[in-house]
Design a protein around this ligand. Structure first.
Ligand code: 5GP
Ligand code: MN
Length: 341
């Protein structure tokens, strides 16, 4: 899965460092947080000083993971995040491959003259680190990190807490092993994590069965009143404005997974979700089959991601962003059909 030379370089970089800072992407999901916290626990076992700084808040449904209370949210406590950043002699980027995904933290990172490593599974990486571990075929960054730890001979440093974090990322990035998970190696990893005494059913329960009443009502609202189909393109889209979010007591992570629901409608293979935030519109795209939502997002919403799961953003209004989708999707769809990108 990984080149031994790259693994050796990463190992040397870690061994030569004392103070390591781990940075996941903004709006971190289960994989980004699982990878950051799991790696944090393992590196601490190795005797390193480690901190996790998230560019923005993590979802509430991940707060049970060990280490979340020590993770610093740059948006919430910039002075502490910057103090930690300035002490670090190694930065490790996890689950992203272009610096834009570090949000407002990007310009702080660019000021630093320290070693950097990247561990990620998204396609088309930018050259952002001294050591780049990029494996797009891997189910999740969590699987990739667990694989790297094993290759570095550090499996004994993976305790139950770290294993729980790694399992969370594999589970959330594969829809509980329902997609991107046909490589037997993924199950060998899961077997290894089970041997670390994780309770996988409990993790599933904690992540997927801890909805607040208001999140459930928000889901009902968006599916009931804000879901539009584009049958000719086998597409669907939904949107939520700030008012609707406020009315449903929105908490970070509450809309996670909403974009997947329309894909369970017969004949729908592309789904889009637009959400109004303070400074921008956050867009999420999902597809089934060969339709490359990452290319579509890159082209029209300054985004990217995987072929079947991508995101982006827009600085236009919510209405304009949705209209852009409605006008551009058929054009892209027709070109895609002709070229089979
Ligand atoms: P989500 O819709 O869950 O936010 O993101 C889906 C996938 O697309 C994730 O793998 C995420 O890392 C990636 N992604 C989300 N937003 C962006 C973006 O603005 N730029 C890029 N390059 N990737 C994104
Ligand atoms: Mn991921």
């Amino acid at each position: 899965m990984t080149d031994s030379l790259v693994v050796d370089s990463l190992k040397q970089l870690i061994e030569a460092s004392n103070s390591i800072m781990i940075v996941p992407h903004l709006n971190p999901d289960g994989d980004a947080m699982g990878a950051s916290l799991g790696l944090n626990h393992v590196l601490k076992q190795l005797g390193k000083k480690v901190s996790v700084v998230t560019p923005t808040a993590y979802p509430v449904f991940l707060s049970w993971m060990k280490g979340t209370d020590e993770a610093v949210n740059f948006e919430e406590d910039a002075p502490l995040a910057l103090a930690l950043l300035n002490k670090a002699d190694l930065l490790i980027y996890v689950d992203f491959n272009c610096l834009k995904r570090a949000g407002e933290l990007e310009k702080e990172i660019l000021k630093l003259d320290v070693k950097k490593a990247m561990i990620d599974h998204h396609p088309y990486p930018d050259d952002i680190a001294d050591v780049m571990v990029s494996v797009p075929s891997c189910s999740s960054t969590c699987e990739l990190i667990y694989h790297l730890i094993n290759k570095m001979g550090w499996n004994q440093y993976v305790e139950t807490n770290a294993a729980e974090c790694f399992y969370t990322g594999i589970m959330t990035d594969t829809g509980s092993l329902s997609y991107n998970s046909s490589n037997p190696e993924t199950y060998r990893m899961v077997a290894g994590l089970l041997e670390k005494n994780i309770d996988k059913d409990k993790i599933h329960q904690l992540v997927f069965h801890s909805n607040s009443f208001s999140r459930m009502k928000l889901l009902g609202h968006v599916l009931g009143s804000k879901l539009i189909l584009m049958p000719e393109q086998g597409a669907a889209y939904m949107w939520l404005d700030k008012n609707e979010l406020q009315q449903h007591d929105f908490k970070p992570g509450d809309t996670e997974g909403f974009v997947n629901y329309p894909l369970s409608i017969e004949g729908i293979n592309v789904s889009a979700f637009f959400m109004e935030q303070d400074d921008k519109i956050k867009c999420s795209f999902r597809s089934r089959g060969s339709f490359p939502v990452n290319k579509f997002s890159e082209l029209h919403f300054s985004g990217g991601g995987h072929r079947n799961a991508a995101g982006g953003e827009s600085t236009s209004s919510l209405k304009e962003s949705v209209e852009l989708f409605i006008t551009q999707l058929p054009i892209f769809y027709n070109e895609f059909k002709n070229d089979d990108i």
